[in-house]
Design a protein around this ligand. Structure first.
Ligand SMILES: *[C@@H]1O[C@H](CO)[C@@H](O)[C@H](O)[C@H]1NC(C)=O
Length: 244
């Protein structure tokens, strides 16, 4: 039991670390129950197909599939648009788009204005997959591509923009790193599960004063009132989206 959970943990850590070299580290079996053996709860990536993942509960597993054009991003533990995460292996179920420098496909009725004066932000919004995109030079800013004209926006002070979550979270402006969970998070709290301070698909379980970071399966978010994961999209938690 101990050694099997240890080897499962090694497999997960291994597959999470080896982003670019999955071929040399295929210890996670492709069968959900085998992959989840020894994993009490959590979501783990599929070893060879990045559009899939396994949700483990009490050491049994259920295979999950991201929507078309979405891939499982193990860093945030949910499915993100394929333009937002480079798969460590080829996506087998979705044909990669053919991009050629000689053919520029224009879809929709409006031709991007070559003669019309556009704001500099519009350049970055071309071909964007999400409403808000990173400002490429400043992690505290994002570009709202749905606005007309497209506009560069500031996160609230002390916060950084997250592309996957489409939201601003506490972080260090110098290093562009999101703020980690405080070690004393559980101090003075009774044992139990608590909403993560800012990531709505994650939650913290306190036991004997020690925090453990847990993740809801893709397609679920943590409900603070019911203290469990419920169906929901992380983008619906965004404080920046859905304003108008
Ligand atoms: C990023 O933008 C913020 C807000 O406008 C600004 O205060 C900060 O100096 C900028 N950081 C860099 C590295 O340009």
């Amino acid at each position: 039991m101990r050694s099997s959970s240890l080897s499962a943990l090694v497999s997960i850590v291994c597959s999470l670390l080896l982003h670019s070299r999955w071929g040399t580290c295929q210890q996670v079996p492709a069968d959900a129950n085998t992959a989840c053996r020894g994993v009490v709860s959590g979501t783990i990536p599929h070893p060879t197909d990045c559009t899939r993942y396994f949700v483990c509960w009490q050491s049994t597993g259920v295979a999950g599939q991201c929507s078309p054009n979405f891939v499982f991003n193990p860093l945030v533990m949910f499915c993100v648009h394929q333009s937002q995460y480079r798969c460590p292996m080829e996506v087998t179920t979705v044909e990669p788009e053919v991009t050629s420098s000689s053919t520029v496909e224009v879809t929709g009725g409006t031709t991007p204005g070559l003669c019309v004066q556009t704001p500099w932000e519009a350049h970055f919004c071309w071909n964007h997959a999400s409403e808000l995109i990173r400002n490429p030079v400043n992690c505290t800013q994002y570009i709202d591509c749905e606005r007309t004209p497209q506009a560069n926006q500031d996160c609230p002070p002390g916060k950084l923009f997250s592309l996957s979550y489409q939201d601003c979270f506490p972080g260090n402006e110098r290093t562009c790193q999101m703020e980690p969970l405080a070690g004393e998070f559980c101090d003075g709290k009774p044992a139990g599960s608590y909403a993560h301070p800012y990531l709505c698909n994650r939650f913290v379980t306190c036991f004997r004063g020690m925090p453990r970071l847990d993740t809801c399966p893709p397609g679920y978010v943590f409900d603070e009132a019911r203290l469990r994961c419920v169906h929901g999209d992380v983008l619906e938690c965004s404080s920046l989206l859905g304003g108008d």
